[in-house]
Design a protein around this ligand. Structure first.
Ligand code: ARG
Length: 463
């Protein structure tokens, strides 16, 4: 039997392999809510413009509600022979409503249908991800305020660089997630135009009102070019790009949790709720959630790459290649959502060994820059020369395997005779960090002010 939706000129059914490669229902059923909402808006508009009789439109509207209820309650039978969500819904609608159901597809095509459904889905996903990113920011800000003055080593090249505070470190991620949210918001603004009514590619001869459907579906306006409307998936690409960058941020934080919960760093501990054991090594506590957040970044980055490659050689307008747009996006959104939840959970769960952090904050001569700055400030040395003098002093201390603060004044003077006793005032890690008062610097007062301002900003956001 040929396809009942488009089989008019077909004498036989498709080959089994044709059906298998063609069908998208196994994954695009995910769009059922959006598909039905868009159809309801479309048929209401068809009635208001007099293209379809009010009675038929009302019957179709009721039928669509019934289909929605069937799918939601798990009573709906999806059919591969009907290819995709659009034809599965319409076919069931025909069972329920009779031939009048056939009027729903007036002045539209599956090309604009899938374009609008997918946009609606991606828009919902953006809103949900944004809420989760906000939750993570709130958790980070809470912990940053708690540890605004907890001194820890700051690293470059993963070598001890200068003391910072744990709060300062966490606030760095608040800024990153803030920009991730900004990227999603930009993408949302651009995507919020409705492609419905572009029909197959050229628009339609029916007197449709595209503003009506656009507004009914929460879009700002209809898209302006029918060809573009059914051809592009840049809205999905933008969201994938934003997701990929966010996942990359989360992955770096996850990597730090992996490192810092290990005994060599020993800065953090995850509770039993966020640790797993080993089946052979009884002593193990593994940070699997952090490792998986780091690992899932791979598939999110892959989804962006995958869709870019699908799109790159396609002539306008629609080609069936574009059916490959959905699975990667669904998977990337699901994965990022899980990663965000896990990172938020771990941020709230982790206990912080402030004593251990502080004890290691001065390791590797992390206050050497403070010494160099003292030489500049007090003795008026050019920074390059101060750097050189400090380097020599670090050499002396390293040869004796002691810290800079353990050198005597005489040791100091053997390298630079003008050094005074008060040089020791800048060599403690607490003093070092407290002196970083430049805007955006690591000083505890700065960190507290920054965290308080974010807290207020996040609290003022709607929702
Ligand atoms: N299942 C299709 C997709 O996801 C819907 C659009 C089909 N359009 C077409 N001209 N065959 O892209």
């Amino acid at each position: 039997m040929s396809n009942k939706m488009w089989g008019g000129r077909f004498a036989s059914a498709p080959d089994a392999i044709m059906e298998e490669i063609n069908a998208s229902i196994d994954f695009d059923r995910e769009l059922f809510r959006q598909d039905i909402a868009a159809s309801k808006a479309h048929v209401a508009m068809l009635a208001e413009t007099g293209i379809v009789e009010a009675d038929d439109a009302a019957a179709i509207g009721r039928g669509l509600d019934a289909v929605l209820a069937e799918i939601e309650s798990g009573r709906f039978t999806f059919s591969r022979a009907l290819e995709d969500i659009h034809m599965n819904v319409e076919s069931r609608l025909t069972d329920l409503v009779g031939p009048a159901a056939g009027r729903l597809h007036t002045a539209r095509s599956r090309n604009d249908q899938v374009a609008v459904d997918f946009r609606l889905w991606v828009r919902d996903a953006v809103d949900a991800l944004d809420g989760q990113m906000r939750d993570l920011q709130i958790a980070l800000v809470d912990r940053a305020l708690e540890h605004a003055s907890a001194v820890m080593p700051g690293f470059t090249h993963l070598q001890p660089a200068q003391p910072i505070t744990f709060g300062h470190h966490l606030m760095a991620y608040v800024e990153m997630i803030g920009r991730d949210r900004g990227r999603l918001a930009d993408a949302r603004r651009r995507m919020n135009e409705c492609p419905l009514g572009a029909a197959a590619l050229a628009g339609t001869s029916f007197p449709i009102d595209r503003y009506k459907t656009a507004i009914a579906l929460g879009f700002d306006r209809p898209t302006a070019n029918s060809l573009d409307s059914v051809s592009d998936r840049d809205f999905a690409l933008e969201v994938l790009a934003a997701a990929a960058i966010c996942a990359t941020h989360l992955s770096r934080f996850a990597e730090e949790i992996v490192l810092w919960t290990g005994p060599f760093f020993g800065f953090l501990k995850l509770s039993d709720k966020f640790s797993t054991g080993s089946s052979i090594m009884p002593q193990k506590r593994n940070p699997d959630a952090a490792e998986l957040a780091r690992g899932k970044t791979g598939r999110i980055l892959g989804a962006l790459q995958g869709l870019l490659v699908v799109m790159k050689g396609l002539p306008l307008a629609y080609s069936k290649d574009m059916q490959e747009d959905k699975e990667g996006v669904f998977d990337a959104v699901r994965s990022l959502s899980l990663c965000l939840a896990a990172m938020t959970g771990m941020t709230r769960d982790m206990s912080v060994d402030v004593a251990r952090m502080k004890a290691t904050a001065g390791a590797g001569y992390a206050t050497a820059t403070d010494l160099a700055d003292w030489l500049v400030r007090r003795l008026g040395l050019p920074f390059r020369e101060a750097h050189h003098v400090t380097g020599k002093l670090v050499g002396v201390a390293a040869a004796r395997e002691v810290g800079l603060e353990d050198l005597s004044l005489a040791d100091m003077r053997s390298v630079e005779p003008r050094i005074e006793q008060d040089v020791f005032d800048v060599l403690g890690v607490e003093k070092s960090v407290a002196s970083r008062t430049s805007y955006g610097g690591a000083a505890p007062d700065n960190v507290r002010a920054q965290a308080e301002s974010w807290r207020a900003r996040l609290a003022a956001e709607p929702g």
